[in-house]
Ligand binder design. Structure first.
Ligand code: HAX
Length: 424
């Protein structure tokens, strides 16, 4: 293995050649068709974009560069970012080099704090995070190199620079938002001997003598890293980036999508739903009580958060990993007991309801219980944690798209009139 920059420099020419050849020799082969229902149905299942960092087979869940996420649960985010970018895990030396590189770039410009302090006190933490990222756009090395006439083949290099700069600063920004928004006291400085994830846990300021919370954060940041290219945040980041907008513009845009309740915000909604249950039944409900509660939610026209998925058709392996962590460290926790009970009952209810194509839990169904256990109980913050991790996926995709010279994205839209005429 080699330092991330060098590893990419070696791989990129090979990937370019492979794609050039593929498009030249097989460019006219059909991958997918699009039906009228798909055009009106969020393009679900239409195969017309490429993402090499990860894929989500409906019956297996997330594979990061072909490795099931369940086999990566002992890794660090540095391992994962390296893997996403290059297709290979780093050795110990290169992992350490990446940790050091991120630490060296971690200082947050003072103006970011001023911008955040000027925001209304009740601003959503996701809005604060996206604003902080956006206001750092002036730091972009891609923009500077572009303005100096950089050649297209070199685009990926300042994109990698921007990506490392942004990734490095995210834990401090996100932790700073937590402490500012929820009045936790002064910001906490990072420590030199800690990794990216350990420093994030440290700067949040959650008491953690045993280091168990830091390990939970490591797992959290690993599990949320990427989920192929078509989900709202990844696709938005890709789309905005395809106009050659820099990493700050692109990631901020992607995260605005992650802030939606059907996407990343579901983790905030999910624990709320579970705690409502706890309040209503003063503990773990009986099967009958929970079944009725779930039906009341559905009959009220609402979704059951944490269940269902646009692509997955099995229990999300990320849910399984979170649940395993909870059961290992705090099997008797009352919220964990609720999560387990919901897992027993809700898939049956959703199946009987008959609408959701996937009645199984997704990543958000269990993650909140872990955070709640360790005392991180500000639900509106949960999507920020998700974002810090997902930035790894968005940025690695952006670097690779720049390296492959992906063009500006521009699918053809059609009018309802056109569809009516065409299908007559
Ligand atoms: N509860 C109730 N109804 C559900 C449902 C759920 N958990 N999941 C799907 N449905 C409904 C849909 O709303 C849809 O109803 P309409 O036909 O009335 O519109 C129908 O079942 C078919 O939907 P689908 O094809 O199975 O699912 P979609 O691809 O349209 O949507 C969602 C996928 C994840 C958005 C959906 O399952 C959902 O809303 N789940 C609850 C929210 C949630 O957990 N979101 C987080 C997903 C993971 C993620 O992205 N995290 O960031």
């Amino acid at each position: 293995m080699a330092k991330l920059q060098n590893a990419l420099a070696k791989k990129i020419p090979v990937w370019r050649e492979e794609i050039r050849d593929l498009v030249k020799t097989k460019g006219d082969k059909v991958l997918s068709e699009a039906t009228v229902a798909q055009a009106y149905g969020g393009m679900r299942g239409v195969k017309a974009m490429v993402c090499d960092t990860s894929e989500v087979p409906p019956d297996r869940g997330l594979l990061v560069r072909n490795t099931p996420i369940g086999d990566l649960t002992d890794k660090t985010p540095e391992d994962i970012f390296y893997l996403l970018c290059t297709g290979e895990l780093p050795n110990a030396k290169d992992r350490r080099a990446l940790t050091e590189e991120l630490a060296a770039r971690a200082r947050v410009p003072a103006y970011v704090w001023k911008v955040l302090e000027a925001m209304p006190a009740d601003s959503h933490p996701m809005c604060m995070l996206d604003t902080a990222i956006l206001c750092m756009q002036r730091e972009s090395k891609f923009v500077k190199a572009y303005n100096q006439g950089m050649g297209k083949m070199d685009y990926w290099q300042p994109t990698l620079e921007d990506s490392l700069d942004l990734l490095a600063k995210l834990p401090a920004i996100a932790a700073g938002i937590y402490r500012m928004r929820f009045k936790k006291g002064k910001r906490i400085s990072p420590k030199k001997d800690k990794t990216w994830a350990e420093n994030y846990a440290h700067m949040l300021g959650i008491p953690d003598k045993s280091g168990e919370f830091a390990d939970c954060m490591r797992l959290y940041l690993v599990l949320h890293c990427d989920h192929e290219g078509g989900n709202v945040s990844a696709h938005t980041c890709h789309l905005v980036g395809s106009a050659l907008s820099d990493a700050y513009y692109s990631v901020s845009a992607g995260l605005n999508g992650l802030a939606g309740p059907l996407h990343g915000l579901a983790n905030q909604e999910c624990l709320n739903w579970v705690l409502e249950l706890k309040k209503e039944f003063k503990g773990v409900p009986t099967d009958e009580q929970l079944t009725k509660f779930a039906w009341d939610t559905l009959n009220g026209g609402k979704v059951i958060p944490g269940y269902g998925h646009a692509v997955l058709r099995v229990t999300d392996p990320r849910f399984t990993a979170f649940r395993a962590f909870g059961m290992k460290h705090f099997p008797d926790d009352p919220v964990m007991a609720l999560v387990n009970k919901v897992f027993e009952i809700v898939p049956g209810v959703l199946t009987e309801h008959g609408k959701a194509k996937n009645p199984w839990p997704n990543v958000d169904a269990g993650s909140g219980a872990l955070l709640y256990h360790y005392g991180l109980r500000e639900f509106s913050y949960y999507t920020v944690l998700f974002s810090v991790s997902r930035a790894m996926g968005m940025l690695s995709q952006l670097i690779i798209n720049r390296a492959m010279g992906s063009p500006i994205e521009r699918p053809k839209s059609v009018t309802t009139e056109w569809i009516k005429k065409t299908v007559k």
